[in-house]
Ligand binder design. Structure first.
Ligand code: ATP
Ligand code: MG
Length: 290
């Protein structure tokens, strides 16, 4: 009964379009630009009037707060363990974005206590009601719990460079996620390209491979150029679209955000995907407990 009531409640919220979209940024290979992309993507969504929160799941080397130059004292783990409240871990950062630091590795959610899981759901429900976008930086060090989380996130932005190893790893990552959940919506982003053609070739190749081997259609988000502004911005601890708004990388990123907000991805109109984040998370937790 309780489950039915919950499902109904979620359906009502979803039909009202009141729930924030859950989006994870992943890559096969590490160091391809996820954290820099997500920070600047978030800031420019906020510039377009969206309410955005970043959840930094980069276990052990959480670094969003370093990129925006503001430290986080408490993290998600502190909250789940009941040490602090949810508002204590929800930081209101500069540039109109909010962020949460994931903290250190946790066991798979099926091993969590009911209290921890209920705390997680309560926290994420609050995020979904108060933000338009919940962006997860999945980092390089994936733990069991971040993989559980990934299974429940509706949309996935996959970043690759145009190097063959990065492309193969991006494909393997998408295959892994797709085989666990065929409803996911994937967006492809190619970072650090030297020419437009190089970016387009990589994106089309990945898109065609997904269609050919997995019969899965994915959306092309776009490409970002190799640009010294990124490195300089990292050193200055000011995101590149803020410190170097005229740089090529900033112009491309701002254009990507516009097309994303208007849902004009891949030269075709992309409808808003269904919002199943919390119900999927609940399902993952209840598995293995029946
Ligand atoms: N478009 C770009 N042009 C030039 N350099 C870039 C670009 N994007 C990223 N970089 C460089 O790559 C480095 C790594 O970027 P970032 O930390 O965002 O990657 P990541 O995917 O989050 O890494 P990890 O997998 O370790 O979390 C940056 O510090 C920057 O020097
Ligand atoms: Mg990172």
């Amino acid at each position: 009964m309780r489950d039915q009531a919950e499902t109904l409640r979620m359906k009502i919220l979803e039909s009202q379009g009141a729930l924030g979209r859950s989006i994870a940024v992943v890559s096969g290979k590490g160091g391809v630009g996820k954290s820099n992309f997500i920070t600047n993507f978030a800031i420019n969504l906020a510039n377009r009037g969206k309410k955005v929160v970043i959840v930094d799941m980069d276990i052990g080397m959480a670094n969003i707060h370093i990129l925006i130059g503001q430290p986080a004292q408490y993290n998600l783990k502190d909250y789940l363990e009941g040490k602090v409240t949810f508002t204590d871990i929800l930081y209101s950062g500069p540039y109109n974005i909010h962020y949460i630091s994931g903290g250190s590795a946790l066991a798979s959610v099926v091993e969590w206590s009911n209290e921890m899981f209920e705390a997680l759901i309560a926290g994420f429900e609050m995020l979904q009601k108060n933000f338009d976008f919940i962006l997860f930086d999945m980092g390089a060090g994936a733990s069991n719990w971040s993989l559980d989380l990934l299974k429940s996130i509706d949309e996935i932005i996959v970043i690759s460079t145009s190097e063959p190893t990065s492309i193969t790893d991006a494909y393997s990552m998408m295959k892994y996620i797709h085989l666990k959940d065929r409803d996911k919506r994937f967006y492809l982003l190619c970072n650090r390209v030297y020419t437009n053609e190089e970016g387009q070739e990589t994106l089309i190749r990945l898109k065609n491979t997904m269609r050919k081997f997995l019969s899965k259609d994915v959306y092309i988000l776009g490409a970002l150029p190799e640009d010294q502004a990124v490195r300089k911005a990292v050193i200055e601890q000011v995101p590149f679209t803020i410190s170097y708004p005229k740089a090529n990388v900033s112009k491309s990123l701002i254009e990507i955000v516009s097309r994303f907000v208007d849902q004009q991805i891949n030269e075709e109109y992309a409808p808003v995907p269904s919002n199943t984040f919390l119900s999927k998370l609940r399902r993952i937790f209840s598995k293995g407990r029946d």
